[in-house]
Design a protein around this ligand. Structure first.
Ligand code: CA
Length: 246
């Protein structure tokens, strides 16, 4: 008997769904932060000046912006003011030098959620981030439900009826994203953007693999979907509660 050649699925190390934007012109520092945060499972982008920070923050859906105040092109306080105005749900953590400590008051007035004085320990930063996200989750996140599926994003638990589902981080993140957009068609690109790091080189088959596995765990098939419909050539969709007549 011959062995079939093993094909490799681009199985990416599981990350949590939280997307973080770092706006910092000191590139070594920004890269070190990004590296550390990615290791902790966050999806991280870097903007190297205020203008870019504002643009990326405007275009993408981040959970958190880590915003240095002393920035070229557009001042951090101005970026904070603009992002706060256009993205009310975005958490903003300001970084400020000790010499500009008075800016923190202005920053907090402009809607920043917290601040850290440079230099700081990386562990302090991650503790602050966790606290912010926890606070935010408690405020914003109810249990999501579709039919007999329930999903607790804060606790990272999913149930089907009374049965607890054992999902991988990726499957959970995909399901969560779909359930947050009930009735909407979500494209593979949307999923890649929100569930994976932007800089990950990804084959689109990978999403299909995760969806397939998710469906198997939910006990449904492509032909008779109870939860996740495939919209051929476009993406996926879960039913909205109001169209659910089950
Ligand atoms: Ca700076």
């Amino acid at each position: 008997m011959t062995h079939l050649p093993s094909f490799s699925i681009p199985w990416i190390v599981a990350t949590r769904k939280m997307r973080v934007l770092i706006v910092e012109d000191e590139l070594d520092f920004a890269n070190a932060l990004a590296r550390g945060l990615r290791q902790k499972g966050y999806a991280v982008d870097i903007a190297i000046n205020g203008e870019e920070g504002w643009e990326l923050g405007e275009i993408n859906e981040y959970d958190l912006a880590i915003l240095d105040l002393n920035l070229p092109k557009l001042d951090g306080l101005e970026v904070c003011r603009r992002l706060r105005a256009s993205k009310p749900g975005l958490l903003i953590l300001m970084l400020t030098a000790r010499s500009r400590l008075e800016d923190k008051i202005v920053g907090l007035d402009l809607g920043a959620d917290d601040y850290l004085v440079k230099p700081f320990h990386f562990e302090e930063l991650t503790a602050r981030i966790r606290a912010l996200l926890r606070r935010d989750l408690r405020v914003r996140e109810p249990i999501l439900s579709i039919r007999d599926l329930r999903l607790d994003p804060a606790g990272r638990i999913a149930w089907q009826g009374k049965r607890r589902l054992e999902l991988t981080n990726k499957e959970f993140a995909i399901l969560e994203y779909l359930m947050r957009h009930p009735g909407e068609v979500v494209s593979q690109e949307d999923l890649i953007e929100h569930v994976w790091n932007e800089d990950v080189n990804l084959f689109s088959t990978s999403i299909r693999v995760h969806i397939h596995s998710l469906r198997r765990k939910l006990g449904e098939s492509v032909d008779s979907p109870r939860y996740i419909e495939t919209i051929t050539g476009i993406g996926y969709r879960v039913v909205a509660p109001e169209e659910d007549r089950l």
